[in-house]
Write a protein that binds this ligand. Structure first.
Ligand code: URP
Ligand code: ZN
Length: 460
């Protein structure tokens, strides 16, 4: 064997148990008690530690581009190394179609950008911004891209699809046995609220939230749920932020729809109050932060299994690229970092405070996204024969989140000074140690593109 991890508490989506784990050629070769396989090149003692499957974060924006120019602060290299230090071993990023251009070509270009840089395994969703090139969907699926993102807003960035286009996309994706994934906010309402606020001189960060009130999300989710029901496509709702949105997901799951949903750590841990003060502009993202009652409603819908998983929507910008606090809310670039802290924050919130089980935490962070996006059991499981992507997690290690001890390219963090109990102390990708005691120590570009299966558990 290449490596044995002994004496750890193994946790997967089905349970927790004490066992040893043997790794060879990048795969889990045995899970065993006793000392049967104790001849190995390296032995790691994981006594008093938990061993999870690596985190799968299926909603990430590294080196985000706008009109062909990189606007976010990180690269695929720096972003995936930070991710590894947070216990993440798989991401799904986006190949955003430029309207009028081939999404297949866009996918090949984005893949080329990522391939030489990634420290962890990755896949891509394709974002569809028009209904041209629908004939490329089968080729994209055969290339392993089985999920198609759509936006109901961002008309000012040429990203949105209108209702007829949404229906057309849903029908085509259903026919090809793919799935759709939606950023759901009503476009004309945002534009109207935004113009009114600007006209009244209300340009501070808090007005970003006022320009996108709850109805903006509720209307858009309601509409796309209807379209999904009529077409039968699997709809995944990205970053749900409101009580109303989570209730719509709950209701749809009890009807004849194939629907899944995610939320992000920031919607559980932060609220509108975080737009106040001199650093409030840094926390601008879309959809915006909400009220404390929404935080609690979302936590309830995470703990009762309505919300399927936690993603981060990680999108990293420097203070300068966010305008140093000198811009009106509608000109501040949207997005916050999150990938390196998500496992620890969710462990602290959901295990330490809300007492969910460890298998549920692993489901939320790893197994459910892997299943929904066609990567399970290669990713998101601890089964013999699957990739040895692992996090060794110390559930008692206390940390205070500080930007200087994280691995991002920026000097701020939305959770600065927050204390958490529980932190990953080692991350392995296919048996290679990538991160140890807070340092990235692994090969910088051993990550591989993952072709995803379109046969998810949700197929009917
Ligand atoms: O505010 C968010 N969600 N930013 C992510 C990047 C984007 O443009 O969607
Ligand atoms: Zn996003």
């Amino acid at each position: 064997m290449d490596l044995i991890i002994k004496n750890g508490t193994l946790v997967d989506n089905n349970g927790c148990y004490q066992a040893n784990l043997a790794i060879a050629e990048g795969k889990i070769k045995a899970i065993f008690l006793g000392n049967k396989y104790f001849q190995a090149e390296q032995i790691i003692d994981a006594s008093k530690k938990m061993v999870f499957p690596g985190v799968v974060d299926p909603h990430v924006h590294f080196q985000l581009q706008d009109l062909g120019r990189i606007i976010s602060t990180d690269t695929f290299a720096s972003g995936t190394q930070a991710a590894a230090c947070g216990g993440v071993t798989t991401i799904i990023d986006f190949a955003d179609q430029t309207r009028g251009k081939s999404p297949l070509k866009g996918f090949y270009e984005r893949k080329k950008d990522a391939d030489s840089q990634v420290a962890i395994d990755y896949s891509l969703h394709v974002s569809k911004t028009d209904t041209e090139f629908l004939d490329e969907i089968p080729t994209l699926i055969s290339e392993g891209v089985t999920s198609f993102k759509f936006f109901t807003t961002y008309s000012w960035r040429n990203l949105n699809l209108n209702d007829a286009e949404l229906l057309k996309l849903f029908k085509e994706v259903k026919k090809c046995r793919g799935m759709v994934m939606g950023h759901c906010e009503n476009d004309s309402m945002i534009i109207n609220y935004r113009n009114e606020l600007i006209h009244e001189g209300k340009i501070d960060p808090i007005f970003h939230a006022y320009s996108r009130p709850h109805i903006v999300e509720e209307e858009a989710i309601q509409k796309v749920l209807l379209f999904a029901k009529k077409t039968g496509v699997h709809l995944h709702i990205a970053h749900i932020t409101t009580k109303e949105g989570s209730e719509l997901l709950h209701k749809a799951k009890r009807q004849d729809s194939i629907v899944t949903g995610e939320t992000c750590p920031h919607y559980l841990l932060l609220n509108e109050g975080d737009y106040k003060g001199s650093e409030g502009y840094l926390n601008l993202m879309s959809p915006p932060l909400r009220h404390t009652k929404d935080q609690q409603a979302l936590i309830n819908r995470v703990t009762d299994n309505t919300i399927d998983f936690i993603s981060t929507d990680h999108c990293e910008f420097s203070r300068a690229s966010k305008g140093n606090g000198n811009l009106p809310f509608h000109q501040v670039l949207n997005g916050i970092p999150g990938i390196e802290t998500s496992l620890s924050l969710m462990h602290d919130l959901l295990i330490n405070k809300y007492k969910i089980t460890y298998p549920h935490l692993v489901t939320l962070m790893s197994s459910a996204p892997a299943k929904i996006f066609g990567l399970y059991p290669q990713k998101g499981s601890l089964m013999v024969g699957t990739d040895a992507d692992l996090v060794i997690f110390d559930p008692l290690l206390e940390k205070r989140i500080r930007p200087e001890t994280l691995h991002y390219s920026i000097d701020w963090n939305p959770y600065t000074d927050m204390k958490v109990i529980g932190w990953p102390i080692m991350t392995l990708l296919r048996g290679h140690i990538l991160c140890e005691d807070g340092d990235f120590v692994g090969p910088p570009n051993e990550g591989k593109f993952l072709k995803r299966s379109h046969k998810t558990q949700f197929e009917r």
